[in-house]
Write a new protein. Structure first.
Length: 114
């Protein structure tokens, strides 16, 4: 089992920045990819960014150039730096870990006011 705890969400004005953190615990040796998903009201959960154990990254087109995912393997933590935030980035953001099974955190709310 892998436990994921997110932090760093909040309310920010459009154009502002936030940094999300996700700390993993438990069977962390099994984790390969880690990433961030988000779900806006009335919409399906969507992939925002993913990072492999080797550090390769991939982003949704809607956040490319604005968001950066990074990983500190020593701290078992993954980060999402979000810059130039837009109102359409408003959502609950979920940390994800692929350790054979898929794991999600409890989510953290990000609200961007226009």
């Amino acid at each position: 089992q892998v436990q994921l705890v997110e932090s760093g969400g909040g309310l920010v004005q459009a154009g502002g920045s936030l940094r999300l953190s996700c700390a993993a615990s438990g069977s962390i040796f099994s984790i390969n990819h880690m990433g961030w998903y988000r779900q806006a009201p009335g919409k399906q959960r969507e992939l925002v960014a993913v990072i492999t154990s080797g550090g390769s990254t991939n982003y949704a087109d809607s956040v490319k150039g604005r968001f950066t995912i990074s990983r500190d393997n020593a701290k078992n933590t993954v980060y999402l730096q979000m810059n130039s935030l837009k109102a359409e980035d408003t959502a609950v953001y979920y940390c994800n870990a692929d350790g054979g099974d898929w794991y999600f955190g409890q989510g953290t709310q990000v609200t961007v006011s226009s």
